[in-house]
Design a protein around this ligand. Structure first.
Ligand code: EPZ
Length: 427
């Protein structure tokens, strides 16, 4: 298995282009199942997760064509007909978001058999809200031997769906199912993440009638057919926030391009509070830190527009070097502090109790071997390694490859000493 080796201590100077958002791209790809005409997605990130979903969609009947032209990477997805409405355990287990094909399959064919995803390292992550929403839309749902068997032979019907708490996945999944339902659907307490707006924009470009995405109430008037469209994937706010914190951690001056700074507004405010200089541009953002020590800042994760749970691990890494104690509360997932013991291997001083971590800043970190446990945890170890004295080796890099496009190339272009060790040269 590949490793990432980092020799810490180099400041970052330069520009980092931000890719399209993984967590949007994979829902947009699922949306292509809703039409028999091609969906052309531009600004597509090339990631293990998008490749994997492409293979699953291919089995369901989608022709997936990737290309790279002057305007950047794009993928055309075309599903003239659904040839299979089955997604196996093996496929859904490897990538939870594969579960999102369930709604489009029911909407387009009236039936589907899709494996339940099961838990993952950051939490139990049930899908009860997804299934209740599909039932409210008129699908009959049976669970047997780990599979969802769904039927809606006469099509889905619009409904009032009120979520008891905010779920990004359940909001997206409901949207993916109800755009072809007969009549109106109202989703209350919907998630407001930029990825939801992006999905709604894409569906509207395909002929759907979705209003209010990005607010807690989304209204959808069902249509009989969706057509082909071209849609640009929204910039990845988690990738942008991660590199912002890499710059804060290593010091220097980095400009992120192709980014929407208002999508990471709370993070940028917290970074300023911590002593990083932030310049917000139109489509760009510059982070600068001269040698001054960071200040400790507290945070609590929350649904958008609150502080993203997907940026919590990286912020914890930043706080390991701050002056004072930072209290970090994780409110979205019950087991999302697995990076804390790994950061401690680099010399961080962190105590975790339930959903709260206390990070007492230290004067410096020291390189070590560390283990990646999930996507965002792994990248927190990389950015900590950039600031640590000596060499850090991050194991289980496949987690990083799921969600960070050309990570080593983007960081080394700014002067980071980072490289991938393949199997035969592992340290
Ligand atoms: C999405 O996960 C993202 N994944 C996550 O990013 C992100 O951390 C999360 O949203 C929160 O922003 C993708 O977009 C593929 P939720 P999702 O439904 O949709 C509970 C990454 O690293 N819940 O908003 O699964 C759930 O257990 C990943 O890129 C139920 O109880 O998140 C959690 O505690 C990790 N029942 C909370 O709701 C349900 O039916 C919020 O989860 C659904 C969710």
């Amino acid at each position: 298995m590949d490793q990432i080796a980092i020799t810490g201590g180099a400041q970052l100077e330069g520009e980092i282009p931000i890719s399209g958002a993984k967590n949007s791209a994979i829902k947009l790809m699922a949306a292509s199942l809703l039409s028999d005409e091609p969906l052309r997605l531009t600004n597509m990130p090339r990631l293990a997760d998008t490749r994997f979903l492409g293979r699953l969609l291919h089995r369901l009947g989608t022709e997936v064509t990737e290309s790279q032209n002057g305007a950047g990477p794009e993928t055309v997805l075309h599903t003239p007909e659904i040839v299979s409405a089955f997604a196996s355990y093996d496929l859904v287990r490897k990538m939870r978001a594969s579960f999102n094909v369930l709604g489009p399959l029911i909407a387009r064919t009236g039936h589907a058999k899709v494996s339940l995803p099961g838990g993952c390292s950051i939490g139990a992550r049930p899908v009860d809200l997804h299934l209740k929403a599909l039932e409210a839309l008129g699908a009959s749902i049976d669970l047997h031997e780990g599979y969802v068997y769904a039927q809606a032979p006469r099509g889905l019907k619009g409904a009032e769906i009120s979520f008891p708490f905010v779920s990004v996945g359940a909001t997206e999944h409901t949207l993916l199912a109800c755009v072809l339902a007969e009549g109106e659907t109202v989703i209350s307490n919907a998630a407001c993440e930029p990825e939801i707006e992006d999905l709604a924009d894409c569906l509207n470009a395909m002929g759907a009638k979705v209003c209010g995405a990005g607010t807690p109430t989304i209204r959808v008037t069902g249509v009989a057919h969706l057509h082909g469209a071209t849609h640009a994937v929204v910039p990845d706010r988690i990738e942008a926030g991660t590199y912002a914190m890499a710059a804060g951690m290593a010091g220097g001056e980095v400009t992120l391009t192709g980014v929407r700074p208002h999508h990471i507004a709370i993070l940028l405010d917290k970074m300023e509070e911590a002593g990083v200089q932030v310049t917000r541009g139109n489509g760009s953002c510059t982070l600068k830190r001269n040698g001054a020590r960071l200040r400790a800042v507290d945070l609590s994760t929350d649904p958008y527009p609150g502080f993203a749970t997907d940026l919590q691990a990286q912020f914890m890494a930043l706080m390991t070097l701050a002056d004072g104690e930072s209290v970090i509360r994780e409110t979205i997932f019950e087991n999302r502090f697995m990076h804390a013991p790994e950061l401690s291997r680099l010399g961080a001083d962190i105590t975790v109790s339930g959903g709260e971590a206390r990070v007492r800043g230290v004067g410096g970190l020291e390189g070590a071997q560390v283990m990646a446990t999930d996507l965002r945890a792994s990248v927190s170890l990389v950015i900590a390694g950039l600031a640590a004295r000596g060499d850090t080796v991050v194991n289980r890099v496949y987690h990083l490859d799921r969600g960070f496009e050309r990570l080593e190339a983007k960081l080394s272009a700014c002067g980071a000493r980072i490289r991938r060790l393949s199997d035969d040269e592992e340290g």
